[in-house]
Every structure is written in structure tokens, then in C-alpha cells.
Design a protein around this ligand. Structure first.
Ligand code: ZN
Length: 441
């Protein structure tokens, strides 16, 4: 890129940043959710009419923009897969992988250290080769759809931190797995799955305490107007919480969200500052009820069991496909066997095929848990209008009304339409709760 272009680009980015900052920073938290006429409690309350009334709150242009953003994401699944596959094939066919292994052997004698030195070269090289797609996907595309808040410099800094984390955590896992393969050449695929599982639990456990703070500030929320109703809901549902955590996600994004993270003692519910600033109290309660659902229904441990099944299948598939491809092309690629670190691009390629094909299955597993958390959340919070309004806010980055097959394949959360419909169904079944005489003190 020549200098004039980069200067122009920087100016454009700064201008967009100023406009977005002006749009979002002055937005105060609305006191109440505005309930459209057709969703008001009445004798003629109709679930479909109420759902449609909420949907029409979203301007057609906003719907078109979020549809385009989300549908673009379908294609990115394919492009990410293809670009990753091309990078792996280049590394293998040009002999770069074997060269990186040779260099590692030249630098050190220890097998584990050799694996780590290989990993270091591999991660740096693939990060450079994958950078054009990563910068489009993670930076320019986010700005185009008004979802980003970071300057390019800040974004790059986050990327470097992510790379550092990848060197350490990825390095530990890679060294461990190759050690298992060398020690247990027959049963490595079973023990490899077990080691991966333990490593995943370890990573999730340290996540909220050591990983999140690398990128964001996580603090205890000190606003009784919000913490009192949230902690009240927690106590009523058997959650031993004394604090509400918040994260300054607005450093990176305009998205509203909250999550449950951690494992065992580090498990906690965190809401982001976009939700705090832009959501009404009803919305916050609806979202926190949903997150408490994940907690009470043990979704993280259940996901880990599901992950164990998937990872055992993945390793069994790897054993079979690695033997097959190494017999055919191993010599040509200069790979000595499964215990040779130079095999890594092939492992990544085969693994990406496995997980690419499994996309609908993984999405459906997560989406089912999300639907469960929705049901729990609406019962706990009793805020159907808060839930409907949240669905509209989340519709800024998720298509509101997909087809059935589309939702099945691509959605890792229920669509906005499904969520509003569920909320209005709940409201229809509990109309007496919203009758005017009940609203009076
Ligand atoms: Zn959820």
C-alpha cells in the first residue's frame, strides 16, 4: 500500500471513530422498555401480532444491514476454511514445514524444545499469511457495519496480545500432544483426547481471572439500581453470588452482551458495559436471567462432556486420516511420522475439515442450550418485554428472521424472531401479571 492510501485510510478510520463515539457515548440508559401497542396487555393479546409489532420497531435499513452482516458471516466460514487449507497445503508442498522442523533440530537437542521452536515458527508464519483475511474480518468489516470502536493501532495491539497468548497456551498444548504421541505410539489418539480435555478445562478455569484481564478491565459493578435486582434474582434461584461483574467491552465493540465464564471456583456471570449503558433495567434483568440459566443448568460442565465426545471422535478420525495421508505423501512432504512436528499443518488441515463439516452439529448443541437459558431467564426475570427489546438490540449483529434450515445450520443462538415469539408467548400465558390493577402499588 502506498503512503497516500495509508494516510487516507487513517483519516477515514479516525472520522468513523469520531462519528461512532458521538453516537454511542452520549446515549443514556433508557428507564423503561417502550412496549408497542400490539404487545400491551389486553383481552385481545395476540402472540403473532405482538411479535410482529416488536419486529417493526427495527427500521428496514437496520434489518437489511444486520442481515447482510450475518449472511456475510456464512461465507466467512467457507473463506476461513479455504484460506486455512491453502496455507496448510503451501507449508507442506513447498517444504516449509520440513524446513521449520530442521531449523528446530538445529537450534536444540531436546525433543520437547524442538516441538516448541517449531510451534513458534509455525504460529508466526501462519499469522502473517492469514493476516489479510484476519484484518478484513476483524477490523474493516466490523467498522463497515458500525460494530467496532477500536483504532487500527489498538486493534493490532490486541492481535499481538492474542499472538503472545497463542505462543504460550498453544505451545503448551502442542508440546504435550507430541510428547503423548512419542510415548504412546499406539494409543496416542485416546490419550491425546484426554490431554486436550484437561487442557480445555484448565483454559476455561483461568479465563476470567488471567485471560480476560489481558484484553479488558473486569470490575465489580457498583450501582445498586442494577446490582440489587440482579442479586435478588440470583438469591431466588440458588446462585451464591455477592457481586455483579462488568467488563469494558466497549473498548472493542458496540455489541451488547453478557456471559458465564470460568469453571469451578472461577465461574461467574459478567455483563458488558454496552448492555449497562444502552439496555433498560428490564433488558438487563432479562439478560442476567438468561445467564443465570446457563449457570443453574450447568451448561459449561455439560458442554465439556459434549466436547469430550467430539474430541475423541476427532482424534480417532485424525489417527485414521493421518496414517492414510502420510502413507501417500509423507515422503514428498519430508514428514517422518506422526511424532514429527512437521506434521502439524496436515493435522490442522484435517482437523479444519472435520470441524467445518460439523458446523451445524456444534451450532445446534450450543443453540439448544441457549434456548434452555432463554426459558429459564424469562421465568426468573419475568420480563418478556425486556427479552423482546434485547432480541432487537442483539439484532444489530444477528439476522432477525432466518429460514428454518438457515437457523439450523448457522445459528449458535435462537434468532431474534424466535426469541421475541417465545417472550410474547410467555406474556400471553401470564397476562394477569401485567394487568393495570397489578401495576398499581
Ligand atoms: Zn447464552
Amino acid at each position: 500500500m502506498d503512503l497516500r492510501k495509508s494516510v487516507l485510510l487513517t483519516v477515514v478510520i479516525v472520522l468513523i471513530a469520531v462519528v461512532v463515539a458521538a453516537q454511542t457515548s452520549g446515549e443514556p440508559q433508557p428507564d423503561i422498555t417502550k412496549v408497542p401497542a400490539a404487545a400491551q396487555p389486553s383481552e385481545h393479546f395476540d402472540v403473532n401480532a405482538a411479535t410482529d409489532a416488536y419486529l417493526t420497531l427495527m427500521p428496514a435499513s437496520a434489518r437489511a444491514r444486520s442481515d447482510a452482516y450475518f449472511e456475510g458471516g456464512y461465507w466467512l466460514i467457507l473463506w476461513d476454511f479455504l484460506v486455512g487449507a491453502i496455507i496448510s497445503l503451501l507449508l507442506l508442498n513447498l517444504g516449509w514445514s520440513a524446513a521449520m522442523r530442521n531449523f528446530a533440530e538445529h537450534v536444540t537437542k531436546g525433543k520437547n524444545l524442538q516441538t516448541f521452536v517449531y510451534w513458534l515458527q509455525y504460529l508466526l508464519l501462519t499469522s502473517v499469511l492469514g493476516f489479510p483475511l484476519a484484518v478484513y474480518e476483524g477490523f474493516f468489516r466490523e467498522w463497515t457495519y458500525g460494530l467496532a470502536t477500536q483504532t487500527f493501532g489498538a486493534w493490532m495491539w490486541d492481535q499481538f496480545k492474542g499472538l503472545g497468548l497463542g505462543i504460550v497456551l498453544g505451545g503448551i498444548l502442542t508440546v504435550l500432544l507430541f510428547w503423548v504421541v512419542r510415548k504412546l505410539p499406539r494409543t496416542w489418539w485416546i490419550w491425546g483426547a484426554v490431554v486436550s480435555m484437561i487442557f480445555a478445562i484448565f483454559t476455561i478455569m483461568i479465563g476470567p481471572v488471567f485471560v480476560q484481564p489481558i484484553f479488558n478491565k473486569v470490575t465489580r459493578l457498583d450501582d445498586p439500581r442494577v446490582t440489587q435486582p440482579v442479586l435478588k434474582m440470583a438469591r431466588a434461584n440458588g446462585i451464591p453470588a455477592n457481586d455483579v461483574w462488568q467488563i469494558d467491552a466497549s473498548r472493542q465493540t458496540t455489541r451488547m452482551s453478557a456471559n458465564v465464564s470460568g469453571f469451578g471456583k472461577t465461574m461467574r456471570i459478567t455483563m458488558n458495559d454496552n448492555l449497562l449503558r444502552r439496555g433498560s433495567l428490564e433488558e438487563i434483568e432479562a439478560v442476567m436471567g438468561h445467564e443465570m440459566g446457563h449457570y443453574v443448568l450447568n451448561h459449561i460442565p455439560k458442554s465439556m462432556i459434549f466436547f469430550l465426545v467430539v474430541i475423541v471422535c476427532a482424534f480417532a478420525y485424525l489417527k485414521w486420516t493421518l496414517d492414510w495421508s502420510l502413507a501417500r505423501w509423507g515422503e514428498k512432504w519430508g514428514i517422518r511420522g506422526i511424532g514429527d512436528p512437521a506434521v502439524l499443518p496436515l493435522v490442522v488441515l484435517l482437523g479444519s475439515i472435520f470441524f467445518f463439516v460439523l458446523t451445524p452439529v456444534l451450532n445446534t448443541e450450543i443453540r439448544s442450550q441457549e434456548a434452555e437459558a432463554d426459558s429459564f431467564g424469562i421465568n426468573a426475570s419475568r420480563q418478556p418485554d425486556g427479552m423482546a427489546q434485547t432480541a432487537i438490540h442483539l439484532g444489530e449483529y444477528r439476522k432477525m428472521k432466518p429460514g428454518h434450515l438457515e437457523e439450523f445450520i448457522f445459528f449458535d443462538h435462537p434468532s431474534g424472531y424466535s426469541r421475541i415469539h417465545k417472550a410474547m408467548q410467555w406474556k400471553a400465558e401470564n397476562l394477569q401479571m401485567f394487568a393495570p390493577e397489578n401495576a398499581k402499588p
